[in-house]
Each structure stands twice: as C-alpha cells, then as structure tokens.
Write a protein that binds this ligand. Structure first.
Ligand code: PLP
Length: 384
C-alpha cells in the first residue's frame, strides 16, 4: 500500500532539501481544503474556504498513480485566479512556510504561526502590497489544519518517532502565499489574493550527504529584498543549490555580496557555527538576511542551556579555522547539521563529519517542544 506520507522520492535528500526534491514525484500532494482571501475595492479581505475534490485518505492511498495524479491536479487548480499577473510575470509575490505537528495526545499544534503572520505582513508591505492582517492569518492557519483534519487528512502521531527524537517525525506543511490581480505592466499588486494550502511532509535523513559548498553567486544585496520572504529571492539560491548538487554537495552557502567574505545564509535556511571555544555564532540580521523563526527559536534555546550566542558578522576564514560544528535552521530543515564546508578548493570538516553534540541537543530541544514531548513553557505552540 502506498503510504501517503512517503509518496515522494526523498532518497538522497536530507530533510531540508525537500522543497526541491518533492517536485520529482508524480505530483504535489496537497490536502483538499484551501483558503483564499481577496483584497477588494472596499479595502476589505474577502475570505473563502474551498473543499477541493478528494476521496478518503485510505481510498486515495489505493488509487492507481495516473488516477491519483489527475485528482491531485484538480486539487491544485484554482480557475478563479488569473494566470497572467505581476506574480507569474515578474515574481511580485511573497510566501510563508510553517508546520503543524501531531501531538502525543492526538491533537495538532502549529509552531509559532503568529511569527509567520507578522513576517508575511512585513513581506507584503515590503512589496508595496496591502499587508494581510495578522489575526486573519492566524485564524486561517488554524482553520486550514482543522478542516483538513476533520476529513481525515492529517498525519497520526507515531510513538516510533520518539526513538530518534522525532527526526523521522511527520508533520503538515502550511504554505500561505500572495498572488496578484491580472496585469502585464510593471507595477505593484494593489488587490492581491492570499492563498493557503497544506501538504503532508515526512522526513528522510541521509547522514552521508550534508556537505556544503560556498557558492560564488549572491542571494541578496544591500538595498535589495533579502530581508523579506519573497518569490524573487529564491531564483539564485535554487540555481546555486542545483549547481552545488551537480558537484556532489547538498547545500550552497552564500557570502555577502559587497566584501565577499562574510557568511550570510544557506540556500533557504539560516546558518550557525559552534566555535572551538564553545561560542555559538550566527550572522546578525540586516537587509540581506532572512529573519528565520527557527533561527530566533534556536538562539533562545541555546541561551536557555547557557551557551554563549553571538549574532555578528562572521568571516568565512574564521569558520574554516575555528568552527567545529555547523548547522542550518528553517521550517523545512528544523536543525540540520552540515558535515563539511568547501571554500576556494579547501574543505573544513566539522566534528569529523558527524552531527555534533550541541547541534543534536538543540535539534532535540526544538523537536521535543514541537511534538509535545516536553511542556511548552514558551507558549510557542498554538492548538488547532
Ligand atoms: C524561510 C527562510 C529561512 C528560514 O526561516 P524559518 O522561519 O526558520 O522557516 C531562512 N532563510 C531564507 C532565505 C528563507 O527564505
């Protein structure tokens, strides 16, 4: 029987690269309920929840690939949205990514959706669109998970995930995004849609393939859009990651575009280094770095266990010499260790190429909160 959470080919991909690898499957497996909201001429957001065609998850799991693919295509079709517009023609759009986690008690909880709500608003305003209200974002996040759950579409908690501290755990990925009104001229979107879709994500961790390479490409420049989560920011990282993959690396790491010596980010994730003196360093935020919610959470968790955390500029030369652990953070990545980093033909191997102690500890702390294995004393988890 086809396991609905393993319908994609995750093999050879470490878990933070699923956005790129999931496209290799027959189709994108979105859940039936979607949310759309349109900014109207009256300057109001008009909400709509739609139940797309589906069978029961059990019936869908038994469907032939071609039939299922046709059904999923119907699910991923939004005839009311215009094809030609500022988003499809010029990349004038932004998005979010967050996850809902199955809890031990059978419920589902979303990790810090209030943070995604405020970042989405900042991204939209950064693209000179009307910002989507944070309370509406929160409500839609909860409702999209609830409505899909109520028709059977959600991952069930599996105690087997406890054995590896939830590295193998499944969750629901929620993808809100903006989409412009019909247009072909050069301008900003003034009456966009917001769309929320949800899709199951599993996890596949291949410990043999987390080599990273410093790319010569630049993700963001001062005065650009690196600080918001907009579509256009992804073009260069996807190319850099593909180029890295063709050379046998799993991740591309970006340097700053001005001096070309400070480490900034991974392809779609923030980056941390544990130095040999025990300090945890991550590049400070600015207009070329995306303020990740996992970044912020990991900084807080590290401080909780009395690790010295520095948010500052960090030179690639310092990393190559002084780091003995490296990991990336993001909603898809969680906390994922990087075994080595290659720069200018030289390779620094971190902790003999295996996951370091601090990386493992922070990964465990974060996942334990997300899956409800420990009490959420920080109020990060929002019940559905
Ligand atoms: C989304 C994203 C991240 C990670 O942000 P999270 O809120 O932790 O998921 C990091 N870097 C870039 C460039 C991103 O787009």
């Amino acid at each position: 029987m086809l396991d609905q959470y393993n319908a994609f080919d995750y093999h050879g991909a470490i878990n933070y690269s699923w956005e790129i690898t999931m496209g290799k499957g027959f189709s994108l497996e979105t859940y039936p309920w979607v949310y759309t909201s349109k900014y109207t001429e009256n300057k109001e957001w008009k909400d709509e929840y739609t139940e797309k065609p589906h069978k029961s998850p059990e019936e869908e799991a038994l469907m032939a690939e071609k039939e299922l693919s046709e059904l999923l295509q119907k699910r991923n079709s939004f005839p009311e949205l215009p094809l030609v517009n500022y988003t499809t023609q010029y990349g004038m759009g932004c998005f979010e990514g967050m996850k809902a986690y199955p809890q031990k008690d059978g419920s589902l909880k979303i990790f810090r959706p209030d943070e995604n709500a405020s970042r989405m608003k900042r991204s939209m305003e950064g693209l000179m669109m009307p910002g989507f209200p944070e309370d509406k974002f929160l409500e839609a996040s909860i409702n999209i998970v609830r409505k899909n759950r109520d028709c059977g579409f959600f991952p069930k908690y599996d105690p087997a995930w406890e054995a590896d501290n939830y590295v193998s755990g499944h969750s629901i990925y929620i993808r809100p995004f903006s989409y412009s009104e019909p247009a072909i001229g050069l301008s900003v979107s003034s009456s966009p849609w917001i769309v929320f879709i949800a899709t199951p994500v599993g996890s596949y961790f291949d410990p043999g393939s987390s080599k990273a390479v410093v790319t010569e490409k630049f993700r963001a420049t001062p005065g650009g859009t690196g600080w918001i989560k907009c579509d256009a920011n992804y073009v260069v990282p996807i190319l850099a990651k593909k180029e890295a993959a063709l050379n046998g690396f799993m991740e591309a790491v970006f340097l700053d575009s001005v001096e070309q010596k400070y480490v900034e980010e991974g392809s779609s994730c923030n980056i941390f280094f544990k130095l040999k003196d025990g300090t945890l360093v991550t590049p400070s935020l600015g207009d070329t770095i995306l303020p990740g919610i996992n970044r912020k959470s990991v900084i807080e968790l590290a401080k909780d266990i009395s690790v010295t955390v520095e948010e500052r500029k960090i030179e690639i030369s310092e990393v190559m010499e002084k780091a003995d652990e490296c990991f990336v953070t993001g909603t898809a990545a969680g906390v994922s260790y990087i075994e080595s980093l290659t720069y200018n033909g030289k390779t620094a191997v971190f902790n003999n190429g295996v996951q370091g102690e601090l990386t493992a500890e922070l990964q465990k702390m974060l996942k334990s909160i997300q899956y409800g294995a420990v009490e959420d004393t920080k109020g990060w988890m929002v019940a559905v």
